[in-house]
Design a protein around this ligand. Structure first.
Ligand code: 3PG
Ligand code: MG
Length: 391
């Protein structure tokens, strides 16, 4: 794989470099609630501008359907990126000859997914868009792939464009891939994985891939209730994927899965709901589990204290609501306290760390990629990385 250092070594002063970043940040209206991905994009962009490149950043926000939608505009992101870079970042249209930038200046293309060719299943359509993107760099352009969170997508600005321009891996993509390799190739043992989030069906493939490799798999979040149901417990009104119960039963046979022993249940999905903590096999009818309980946190913490390698993806409960944040906070703190190589995978878990005011520096690495890191751990080819290895 050619890297950003190689590109800078070749000389970039006066050249226009297209950088694909993952700036898909959570928004509340037009307020960015977690700017982690924008901050993570800065080192690569700054390295290029410091070396005299003109930089055009391509990125997506959300999943707009079929065309431009102001709700998914990157305008707030352009503003924040400008603040972080200390220079205004104009938001520009995709296509044409590209912006008139001076050396060291940066522009951001409006949401690439406003053009349906970006995510098209038809390769010819994607290539067409990739050619437009490449043309924006003019003579002697280059492409730097740095949007780790989106490298699992075979999309025009991630994959096809790497065949239209000399392509290089950015700092973030390199760093993320290196960390994930350390998890897959010979992890120091015990290796403990903590999984949460709402759906078993989303995590089935990664659980199947991980079980033979890990020593323990701790399960919390909405998905734990399907596992509890697989043990024959009633789960009240908790999230339940009935059609996954058999799968969960099969996974439990590994003997490596640790489930919560108590849960915080509520009579409503709300911060004002009535709550109680009950044993995992005694969830009352009409109540829903929204967090793991304190005994579970203690049991998970005990496993984590012995671990030498930890990967965590997915919150343990509805951490956005204060009454259901203790599980995620407690488990995150146990990972911080463990004397282990610890990786947080995923937008939601990373956002939880920051929202709960935990020490980001307490983890060895916080990945900017949720789906991407899970697919890597599943052993799948990441198209956006594979294409860099080929070019
Ligand atoms: C993400 O947030 O998971 C990445 O930015 C990729 O977005 P996507 O899941 O909509 O492709
Ligand atoms: Mg996603």
């Amino acid at each position: 794989m050619k890297t950003l250092d190689d590109l800078i070594g070749e000389g970039v002063a006066g050249r226009t470099v297209l950088v694909r970043s993952d700036l898909n940040v959570p928004l509340d209206g037009d307020r960015i609630t977690d700017d982690g991905r924008i901050r993570a994009s800065v080192p690569t962009i700054s390295a290029l501008t410091d070396a005299g490149a003109k930089v055009i950043v391509a990125a997506h926000l959300g999943r707009p359907k079929g065309g431009p939608d102001p709700k998914y505009s990157l305008a707030p992101v352009a503003t924040r990126l400008g603040e972080l870079l200390g220079a205004e970042v104009p938001l520009i249209e995709l296509g044409g000859e590209g912006p008139n930038l001076a050396d060291g200046e940066v522009a951001l293309i409006e949401n690439v997914r406003f053009d349906p060719r970006e995510t098209s299943k038809n390769a010819d359509e994607r290539v067409e868009l990739a050619i437009h993107l490449a043309a924006m760099t003019g003579e002697n352009g280059a492409f730097v792939s740095d949007g780790f969170g989106v490298v699992h997508r075979k999309q025009a600005s991630v994959y096809d464009v790497a065949q239209q321009l000399p392509a290089y891996a950015g700092k973030l993509v390199l760093a993320e891939v290196e960390v994930l390799r350390r998890l897959t190739e010979n992890p120091e043992r015990p290796y403990t994985v903590v999984l949460g989030g709402s759906k078993v069906s989303d995590k089935l493939a990664v659980i199947d891939a991980l079980l033979p490799k890990v020593d323990s798999l701790l399960v919390g979040g909405g998905m734990c209730f399907t596992f509890l149901a697989a043990q024959g417990y009633g789960v009240g009104d908790s999230l339940l994927e009935r059609e996954q119960i058999d799968n969960c039963r099969r996974l439990l046979e590994s003997g490596k899965i640790v489930l919560p022993t108590d849960v915080v249940v509520a009579d409503d999905f709300s911060a004002e709901a009535k709550t109680q903590t009950v044993a995992a096999d005694a969830i009352p009818d009409g109540w829903k589990g929204l967090d793991i309980g304190p005994d579970s946190v203690a049991a998970f913490a005990e496993v984590l204290a012995r671990a030498r390698t930890v990967f965590w993806n997915g919150p343990m409960g509805v951490f956005e609501l204060a009454p259901f944040a203790a599980g995620t906070r407690g488990v995150a703190q146990a990972i911080i306290d463990a004397d282990a190589f610890s990786v947080v995978g995923g937008g939601d878990s990373a956002a939880a760390v920051r929202a709960l005011g935990l020490d980001e520096g307490g983890f060895s690495h916080i990945s900017t990629g949720g789906g991407a890191s899970l697919e890597f751990l599943e052993g799948k080819d990441l198209p956006g990385v594979a294409i860099l290895e080929k070019s």
